[in-house]
Design a protein around this ligand. Structure first.
Ligand code: FMN
Ligand code: SF4
Ligand code: SF4
Length: 380
């Protein structure tokens, strides 16, 4: 087994199994090809393997200097140090105590290495598709205005071996999967309009798993979401929640120390949910109902939108027009105009680069976008 396997997470072990099917003489560094064999299949694969692991799990690629001036690469991720290609050294003990962090751009200056990395990536994806967690059997959809749910969805999707998909792009076609995960923020102890619309439109016989990100007050949100999905005919297998940073902050500011604490825990929380999904757990809220108030609120959100306005700071860049999931904003000669379809996501409010959108007379300066996410990925 590989170095560090006793400390490595389940997803690292799954990756190792998938690499077993992906490593080949073609992905081996040319100078090691003569000694490569299916029994010694980790030889000549270390750096491209370690960078692929980093693509999937994040963390660091580290290197031990070797006698020939090169580095043997391995990973630090998921809270552990492990070396998926250590077996090539047989009984020889490497010293992992003083590694040097590796720079992918330096490694990939070598065109042959980059080509082998791309080939290994393709083979790894194929291997992940035919065994283990995903296999095209899972789909992960999300709605997100300020990145928390995007982060959770991406993290869960990675564990399931798929890409997270923005639910507003769903075209109403049949979703032929075994498991559909829907990641959404909680709005007023219920679901946002786009998530509800998606749930009503979704055509699938799959087990559905709802994952709710929220800022601090769940109340009946899990029961409400479960009821909503069941009424739409979905087969709800589990409902989870992930505490995230509050974004309904038109009246207050989230203290920085508290925000950092929540952000620090979000990856573990998302991973724990992903592990439970992978384990096939069935867990739905016992309590029924919890929907009346959230539905009433949802119906009146356009009134909240009526309180949004742009200030003189607006430079008419048009970003808010693109950000809005409800096509509720238009550019005007002096700034922007809000129409009557607001769903209160606050995406425009938080993401305007000039902080030029205000809510009523409130002058709060706090704006938020999850620093663990890239906003360009919301609509990708
Ligand atoms: C209109 C609105 C209502 C919200 N209501 C709740 C709520 O009832 N309980 C709660 O804990 N968080 C609530 N939040 C906070 C969000 O659920 C939370 O910040 C979420 O993680 C944001 O997800 P996103 O970053 O993916 O958009 C609300 C946010 C908005 C914009
Ligand atoms: S994003 Fe801000 S600056 Fe840009 S058009 Fe909208 S309100 Fe104006
Ligand atoms: S106007 Fe702003 S708050 Fe309303 S739906 Fe559009 S982006 Fe969200």
């Amino acid at each position: 087994m590989f170095y560090g396997c006793e400390r490595a997470s389940e997803r690292v072990k799954k990756l190792y199994e998938a690499f077993q099917k992906a490593w080949s003489v073609e992905t081996c560094a040319p100078r090691w090809r003569e000694v490569w064999s299916s029994a010694n299949n980790t030889v000549g694969q270390c750096s491209i393997t370690a960078f692929l692991v980093q693509d999937i799990l994040g963390g660091k690629v580290l290197g031990i200097p070797l006698e020939d001036g090169t580095y043997h690469c391995f990973n630090e991720a998921d809270g552990a140090v492990f070396d998926l290609t250590s077996e090539q050294f047989g009984g020889r003990q490497l010293d992992y105590s003083a590694p040097v962090e590796q720079d992918r751009s330096e490694h990939f200056e070598n065109a042959d290495k980059y080509a082998r990395y791309l080939l290994l990536k393709e083979r790894l994806e194929a291997a992940l598709d035919t065994d283990g967690a995903n296999n095209g059997r899972s789909r992960v959809f999300f709605f997100s205005a300020t990145g928390n749910s995007l982060f959770a969805a991406k993290r869960i999707a990675e564990k399931l071996g798929v890409k997270a998909e923005y639910l507003c792009k769903y075209d109403g076609g049949k979703v032929d999967a075994e498991r559909v995960v829907i990641v959404s923020p909680v709005y007023a102890m219920g679901l946002p309009v786009p998530t509800v619309d998606f749930i009503k439109k979704l055509k699938t016989k799959a087990d559905c798993i709802l994952v709710l990100t929220y800022g601090g007050v769940l109340m009946g949100a899990k029961s409400a979401a479960c009821a909503e999905a069941r009424e739409a005919g979905l087969n709800v297998r589990a409902v989870y929640s992930i505490k995230s940073v509050e974004n309904f902050t038109v009246f207050f500011t989230v203290p920085k120390f508290y925000m950092n604490r929540v952000l620090k825990r979000m990856p573990q929380r998302a991973d724990a949910v992903a592990e439970r999904i992978l384990a096939g757990e069935a867990v739905v809220p016992k309590r029924k109902g919890g929907r009346r108030d959230s539905v009433k609120m949802r119906e009146s959100w356009h009134k909240m939108g009526a309180k949004l306005h742009s200030t003189d700071a607006c430079v008419r860049c048009g970003k808010c027009v693109n950000v809005c999931p409800a096509e509720n904003i238009e550019l005007s000669s002096s700034g922007v105009v809000f129409k009557n379809n607001c769903i209160a996501c606050l995406g425009c409010y938080h993401r305007c680069p000039q902080k030029a959108i205000r809510f009523g007379k409130h002058k709060k300066k706090f704006r938020y976008f999850c620093p663990l996410s890239d906003e360009k990925e919301i609509r990708n």
